[in-house]
Ligand binder design. Structure first.
Ligand code: 5BU
Length: 262
């Protein structure tokens, strides 16, 4: 693998302000760790986020699993994002026609376009999904970045081969809005303005009972050339989530350093 460009230099190549900001935060905090507190109680999400906040560049949410959701949760998460300097990625995985995703993005209970910095989408419906979400972001009047689901971590998933390649092509065709991918690796050839975020990461290889597959930060960022590790249960399932998050941050950052110094 050739020597990688540092995040600071990649920030300058990003046409989307959120992509640029995320690369800058990564450099400032020496963190390429994203944390997802996939728990169902508002207070627990806020507690975990505040604990782990110093170690992360990004918080990933599944807002629709929260049992006691209210708008105050969103406001408190935004306040934590300012306090700890991270971006918020709502992992909504939009997957419908452009007109419908625009409504799902801006309306309903969650009004995601009003508070998320980053969202993601499946390309199954075709590129109209990108245009629909872009219009939603414009209507909300906020800078938002989109990630395409080029690959997945779960056993037997269908995001492979020509489908993965179509995601890369679509990203290159929408450089103002698409900031990168959910992928299991830094997809070749490298596009340094785009970022690669990999879920299915724990400190030891393994999996869960429902098809999740885990690889290590060293393998994902070092060998496979991804940029950001996405970690949930590995951190919030530990006895000391703050200390555990630091372990992941250091492991992923050292793997990144080895790549830029190679
Ligand atoms: P975990 O607890 O570290 O396994 O959580 C992984 C998170 O990443 C979880 O929120 C999933 O919804 C998300 N995820 C994933 O695990 N695999 C994928 O391919 C995609 C998302 Br896309």
């Amino acid at each position: 693998r050739p020597k990688a460009l540092p995040f600071a230099q990649r920030a300058a190549l990003c046409p989307n302000p959120v992509g640029r900001r995320l690369f800058e935060i990564m450099e400032q905090k020496k963190s390429n760790l994203s944390f997802n507190p996939d728990v169902t109680k508002k207070a627990e999400i806020l507690r975990l986020t505040d604990l782990v906040g110093p170690s992360i560049c990004m918080l990933k949410t599944h807002i629709d699993v929260v049992e006691d959701f209210d708008w105050d949760l969103v406001e408190q998460l935004r306040a934590l994002a300012v306090k700890h300097n991270f971006v918020i990625f709502e992992d909504r995985k939009f997957a419908d026609i452009g007109n419908t995703v625009q409504l799902q993005f801006t309306s309903g209970v969650y009004r995601i376009a009003e508070w998320a910095d980053i969202v993601n989408a499946h390309l199954v419906p075709g590129p109209g999904i990108i245009d629909g979400l872009r219009q939603g972001a414009k209507a909300a009047g906020r800078d938002i970045g989109l990630l395409l689901l080029a690959e997945m971590s779960s056993k037997g998933n269908l995001a492979t081969g020509a489908y993965t390649e179509a995601n890369v092509k679509a990203a290159l065709e929408h450089p103002d809005f698409v900031i990168g991918f959910i992928a299991m690796q830094g997809l070749a050839p490298a596009h340094p303005n785009l970022m690669y975020i990999t879920p299915g990461v724990q400190l030891a290889k393994g999996g869960d009972a429902l098809g999740q597959q885990y690889d290590t930060p060293e393998a994902v960022v070092g060998r496979k050339g991804s940029d950001i590790i996405q970690v949930g249960r590995g951190i919030f399932g530990a006895a000391d989530p703050a200390a555990e998050a630091e372990k992941y941050r250091v492991a992923a950052w050292e793997a990144y350093q080895a790549r830029v110094q190679a």
